[in-house]
Design a protein around this ligand. Structure first.
Ligand code: C2E
Ligand code: CA
Ligand code: CA
Length: 404
């Protein structure tokens, strides 16, 4: 019998196998799901979702598909802050399915299970049975509560602020830099993290303004640190939009000049996925930023598909191994192999290697022996506001002096 709530529930089956899709489609129709959609790869699924106004409560997603595979599709779901349930379906080896699952979990996606092909109805039944009627995960800072207009006002009124997370050297533990991470100081919800509003800013033409607000605040705070004799680098996150404007390098150089800082003081973090979608403009923008002396870091390395040739094209200065691999590496062979391959590649290209997501002493010991140069993670410090950062840095310097 059809549950009244089921008539409204939507499912999207993303698989290039038409027979499997048809079987799964019948499965959901028989159980009274309101809308059952299929797409033969990740790209088609995204196109469908972007043009669809109804709810998609559950996505059943294959990993190996032409055009856009499941791993890339999951990353796009993260960027769209998708909150519904997802089950991975795959004929790949267990280790691949497991890694895809942990990658998706690190993207904060709501993964409810992994099914192996050939699909067994009883397994699908178990997963769907556990869903309950409300598949949408609630989060303390759920993006649905935040509107684009609120974000516009927040940007204009100084409510988007940086918190800073230190990076330290593996040689002596000394702080070498900080990364500026956006926070929304919301009058009603308190401090809201960036996963709840960066995708909204990107999709609604506000990301450039957000980048500018963050860079201006970071440069201002950096000047204050310089006045106190603190000489460390500042990292900021760029989005694809900055790389699509030819004026961006000159504007940035002007901001640094006005703040009496050098281009080399700033490290621009660009995610590996943004680099892969390169155009003639983004190539030119990156090349000019490099020539001007800005540090350029490849962020979330390992989650995209860049290869040696693509990386060789630019004089990057830094490679940040994605935290999903670092967290797994001390106990998972596949993650360990990924970390070691990334480090080897980075060293060949003469890049500084940064490990992020180092949460405990086991992770620290592992990354130090693996040859990482700098570490960022909760084991060292969580992101903090400027008024806590300065005492933290002073304290760290004092405790190191005592050790020496
Ligand atoms: P990201 O650039 O990879 O930044 C690192 C994220 O990992 C931060 O999350 C940081 O708090 C978190 N993190 C660091 N160490 C650990 C650890 O040991 N364990 C765990 N579990 N997490 C750790 P946050 O601040 O929530 O930022 C999330 C993402 O939002 C950033 O990932 C970045 O992609 C984006 N973002 C943040 N600020 C900006 C911004 O100003 N502009 C743009 N375009 N994106 C931003
Ligand atoms: Ca980053
Ligand atoms: Ca990262």
């Amino acid at each position: 019998m059809t549950d009244a709530t089921d008539t409204k529930r939507g499912v999207l089956i993303v698989d290039d196998d038409p027979i499997l899709s048809a079987i799964a489609q019948v499965f959901f129709q028989k159980r009274g799901w309101g809308e059952v959609h299929t797409a033969s790869n990740g790209r088609k699924a995204l196109d469908f979702m972007d043009g669809h106004t109804g709810a998609i409560d559950f996505i059943l997603c294959d990993l190996n598909m032409p055009e856009m595979d499941g791993i890339e599709f999951l990353r796009h779901l993260k960027e769209r802050a998708y909150l519904g349930a997802i089950a991975i379906l795959s004929g790949e080896r267990d280790v691949v399915v497991k890694t895809a699952g942990s990658l998706a979990a690190s993207h904060n996606l709501n993964i409810v299970g992994a099914l192996k092909k050939p699909l067994k109805i009883v397994d699908l039944e178990t997963i769907v049975g556990q869903l309950g009627t409300d598949t949408t995960r609630t989060m303390d800072d759920a993006p649905i509560l935040l509107t684009v207009n609120d974000l516009r006002i927040a940007l204009a009124s100084g409510h988007i602020i940086p918190h800073y997370q230190p990076k330290v050297s593996t040689v002596d533990g000394a702080p070498v830099g900080v990364e500026a991470l956006a926070r929304w100081q919301h009058p009603g919800f308190g401090l809201v993290g960036p996963v709840s509003f960066i995708p909204m800013a990107e999709q609604n033409g506000l990301i450039e303004e957000l980048t500018e607000v963050m860079i201006s605040a970071a440069l201002h705070d950096m000047q204050a640190m310089r006045r106190r004799g603190i000489d460390i680098k500042m990292s900021v996150n760029l989005s694809a939009a900055s790389l699509s404007r030819l004026e961006f390098p000159d504007e940035l150089a002007w901001l640094l000049d006005a703040a009496d800082l050098q281009c080399g003081d700033l490290v621009l973090e660009v995610t590996e996925s943004n680099l892969v979608q390169k155009t003639a403009t983004s190539t030119e923008v990156l090349a000019r930023l490099c020539m001007m002396g800005f540090g350029i870091s490849i962020d979330d390395f390992g989650t995209g598909y860049s290869n040696m040739e693509q990386l060789r094209e630019f004089p990057f200065t830094e490679l940040k191994v994605d935290q999903s691999f670092i967290r797994e590496a001390s106990h998972d062979q596949f993650a360990q192999a990924s970390v070691e391959a990334s480090i080897k590649l980075g060293k060949q290209l003469d890049l500084r290697i940064v490990a992020e997501g180092v949460e405990n002493s086991t992770d620290w010991d592992y990354v130090c022996q693996a040859g990482v140069d700098e570490v960022q993670g909760f084991y060292i410090a969580k992101p903090m506001p400027m008024d806590e950062l300065v005492p933290w840095l002073d304290n760290r310097a004092a405790s190191r002096l005592r050790v020496v």
